[in-house]
Design a protein around this ligand. Structure first.
Ligand SMILES: Cc1cc2nc3c(=O)[nH]c(=O)nc-3n(C[C@H](O)[C@H](O)[C@H](O)COP(=O)(O)O)c2cc1C
Length: 201
């Protein structure tokens, strides 16, 4: 366990892995805010986990794919999780849902916790992005429900959906609108405060 002197460890995930993904750009802006707040940050590329679409026959024949253990281990190694989701038809992307559905299938292995034990009580923060005006708000709220109800995560109330995300970033990747930057920093800050309180508890 880290001492109280060690920086909080924040894992950041984006719900799209395509090149130029707006959610990845917002993830990077959130990472910048977390770094500025003194956190130790890491990014996990969900595509790199190489998870097939969940299929019970696959699971029986081949077991849980290795990428699921990588996701479990990454969550274990961090104090908090920040997910930036795009919105597909009002819902989070399959990249996110499939990864967490797989995670829920991972059983405890020796001293290594099950997927669900890994997420239980772990603080999570949510951001969303979309070229549309609502910024993926509907998807973000479904993701909140999914993570709270099925994974027992402590999803902090502060969240932010970045609308018109295709116009929101300057050439350096920073958010052009100071209010948007403040909202992202606010959501990140709230998440880090909860993680700090849990570490101290
Ligand atoms: C299958 C599909 C469904 C979509 N549905 C929505 C939607 O419900 N709301 C929305 O704001 N944008 C929607 N979009 C547009 C995405 O917000 C847009 O493609 C966005 O750039 C994807 O996120 P990314 O840039 O992080 O890859 C949809 C896109 C796809 C491919």
């Amino acid at each position: 366990m880290p001492t109280t002197e060690e920086p909080l460890r924040l894992l950041l995930l984006a719900g799209s892995a395509r090149s130029g993904a707006l959610s990845a750009r917002l993830r990077d802006a959130a990472r910048h805010a977390a770094d500025a707040a003194g956190a130790s940050t890491s990014v996990l590329d969900l595509r790199a986990l190489a998870l097939p679409l969940y299929d019970a026959d696959f699971e029986v024949a081949q077991g849980v794919p290795a990428g699921v253990r990588s996701l479990r281990d990454a969550i274990v190694a961090h104090d908090a999780l920040l997910i930036v989701t795009p919105e597909y038809n009002g819902f989070p992307t399959p990249l996110v849902i499939n990864a967490f559905d797989w995670l829920s299938r991972l059983q405890a292995e020796g001293k290594l916790p099950s997927g669900l034990a890994t997420t239980a009580g772990k603080p999570a923060g949510l951001l969303a992005s979309s070229p549309g005006p609502l910024g993926g708000l509907r998807a973000m709220n479904f993701l909140r429900q999914y993570l709270q109800m099925a994974f027992a995560m402590l999803v902090v109330p502060q969240q932010y959906a970045l609308g018109r995300a295709n116009e929101a970033f300057d050439d350096t990747g920073a958010l052009k609108d100071p209010k948007a930057a403040q909202a992202v920093a606010g959501a990140v800050g709230a998440l880090l405060r909860v993680a700090a309180a849990l570490r101290a508890a």
